[in-house]
Design a protein around this ligand. Structure first.
Ligand SMILES: [Zn+2]
Ligand SMILES: [Zn+2]
Length: 208
């Protein structure tokens, strides 16, 4: 769930309800997805124009279309890496229910269980007075830094990866060990780029 949140933070393009999905099979992360698209910024929201209710009319807007939801994106991500999703579990952070389109995609993909964050129905529910919408991602920086360092450590633990990272990110501090000590962590943009690179690197499995 923590990875789902981190992934939403880094890659979701939905500013109001950022969401992230992680697919896990036998304790290995096989797929990651975050929601949102650039469409709303460029062309506005057709559903908002039409006054659609929450959960309705997703297909009417290119930006709201369920293909931009984190669940099908995570499934797609797993399949594109050559994993089978049958029997896997999906962890969804940032939302408290799944739309029909997503349920159908998950059923088709053979997802066994869907897990939500505890109290999601309060925290991420627009209708609930105690929700934390717009504050979902408020967290002490240390969590983020911990996760970042964890992923880098995991990445560079394989032979040759350290070199790859140093070559790929010339702006980064030349000594990767400095980052890992936490004294010299690069800025937010660079961090996002590095994370993006690591997640998309073939054969990077955070749990392995
Ligand atoms: Zn829309
Ligand atoms: Zn959906």
């Amino acid at each position: 769930m923590r990875v789902a949140k981190s992934f939403a933070r880094l890659f979701s393009k939905d500013k109001t309800l950022p969401g992230g999905a992680v697919i896990v099979y036998e304790e290995i992360i096989i797929g990651l997805g975050a929601n949102g698209s650039d469409h709303h910024e460029k062309s506005g929201c057709r559903r908002a124009e039409l006054g659609c209710k929450t959960g309705e009319g997703y297909e009417l807007c290119e930006g709201c279309h369920p293909k931009n939801h984190s669940e099908p994106r995570a499934i797609q991500n797993a399949l594109s890496r050559g994993y089978k999703t049958k029997g896997a579990d999906l962890y969804l952070w940032g939302h408290w229910w799944c739309c029909k389109w997503c349920w159908d995609s998950m059923l088709k993909a053979g997802i066994k269980n869907v897990y939500l964050l505890e109290k999601s129905e309060v925290l991420f529910n627009k209708e609930h007075p105690d929700n934390m919408i717009c504050k979902q991602l408020d967290l002490p920086m240390t969590h983020q830094e911990d996760l970042f360092v964890l992923h880098i450590k995991s990445f560079v633990s394989k032979p040759g990866r350290r070199q790859i990272l140093a070559e790929r990110f010339k702006d980064a501090p030349s000594n990767i060990d400095d980052w890992l000590e936490g004294n010299n962590l690069p800025g937010m943009n660079l961090r996002t780029l590095i994370m993006d690179y690591i997640w998309n690197y073939p054969c990077f499995y955070p749990n392995s």
